[in-house]
Design a protein around this ligand. Structure first.
Ligand code: PSU
Ligand code: MN
Length: 300
């Protein structure tokens, strides 16, 4: 078997109890060691505190795991050679017996296969700036259109073109809903200037929308935009400065493809003198909390 559920996830699903998927690229490629292990544990603890079972998803020695034991989470955070896996990388990493961290796309796919309906992350991948030239559009968007999973995010970093990202999500028929907000949040900031067409203000209404999506025969996922808590938000102009510098360096070094997003994330940490890390933890925790509350509501 190439996919394995942890004992706690398998039991929760069998009992109809709430489960929240968590991605692992945020751990392996999003945070420096050993902070990344603390973040992985914190997100799992947050999900538990709010009444759901966490299912961190990753590939270890060729097996796709939905739910990790503490020693497996530690391997993921601390081991060298953990590959960033989007959905298309899963077959090859699995066949080679390799280990990989799953992106939003790969996590959505594996969560859906296991029967997990809610997934909390930090930010999704999307349409990169100048995609009209590079055609760099994250597979996260296509997977959101395919896998029946609700993704709780703080929007997307403005290393991307958020306007074009919303256009592609519209084309793919993915519902995008602001949780208590009218604009697509830009990860570190609560606003972006890009307005959403749907908003909900409470988890009960969000859960009703998820159930309606299924009963209307709409087969894909949903993107929930949950802005970073006010007290953790960063200054938009300062963030834009770091992003411009990071993008210029990537262009100068010819960084493209799957290496681009991790490169830009690393540059932001460095250029902000680590300021981005605190914000990133705050928003990811906030999303884990919302994910758990939604999963609980959906089980009622
Ligand atoms: N954006 C972030 N943090 C992240 C990622 C994106 O702010 O950790 C990761 C997620 O795992 C996301 C992936 O699914 O990068 C997108 O990569 P790409 O653009 O190569 O599809
Ligand atoms: Mn890409």
């Amino acid at each position: 078997m190439n996919i394995q559920l942890s004992a706690s996830v398998s039991q929760a699903l069998a009992n109809g109890d709430p489960v929240v998927a968590l991605e692992s690229t945020i751990i392996s490629h999003g945070f420096p060691r050993p902070r990344n292990l603390e973040v992985g544990k914190l997100l799992e603890a947050t999900v538990r505190q709010h009444g759901a079972v966490p299912a961190t998803i990753a590939v270890l020695d060729g097996v796709a795991h939905v739910g990790l034991e503490p020693d497996q989470l530690e391997r993921l955070a601390l081991e060298d050679g953990i590959e960033k896996c989007s959905a298309r990388d899963l077959p090859l990493v699995s066949a080679a017996g390799g280990s990989g961290a799953t992106t939003v796309a790969a996590t959505c796919h594996l969560a859906a296969m296991a029967g997990v309906k809610v997934f909390a992350t930090g930010g999704i991948g999307g349409v990169h700036r100048h995609a009209e030239r590079t055609m760099d559009v994250s597979a996260d968007l296509r997977q959101l259109a395919t896998s029946p999973v609700v993704v709780i995010s703080a929007g997307a970093k403005s290393i991307l073109d958020l306007g074009l990202t919303l256009e592609v999500l519209e084309t793919y028929g993915v519902p995008v809903v602001g949780l208590g907000c009218d604009e697509m949040p830009a990860f570190y900031t609560r606003t972006s200037g890009h307005f959403l067409t749907q908003r909900v203000d409470d988890i009960e209404t969000l859960a009703k929308a998820v159930i309606a999506q299924q009963s209307l025969g709409l087969t894909g996922g949903m993107l929930v935009c949950n802005p970073i808590p006010q007290e953790a938000a960063l200054d938009a102009d300062e963030v834009e400065g770091w992003i411009q510098a990071a993008l210029a360096k990537a262009e100068a070094q010819g960084i493209a493809g799957k290496a681009l997003t991790p490169f830009l994330l690393g540059e932001l940490v460095e250029r902000s003198g680590g300021q981005t890390l605190g914000a990133n933890i705050a928003l990811a925790k906030n999303n884990a909390q919302v994910g758990a509350r939604l999963a609980v509501e959906l089980c009622k």
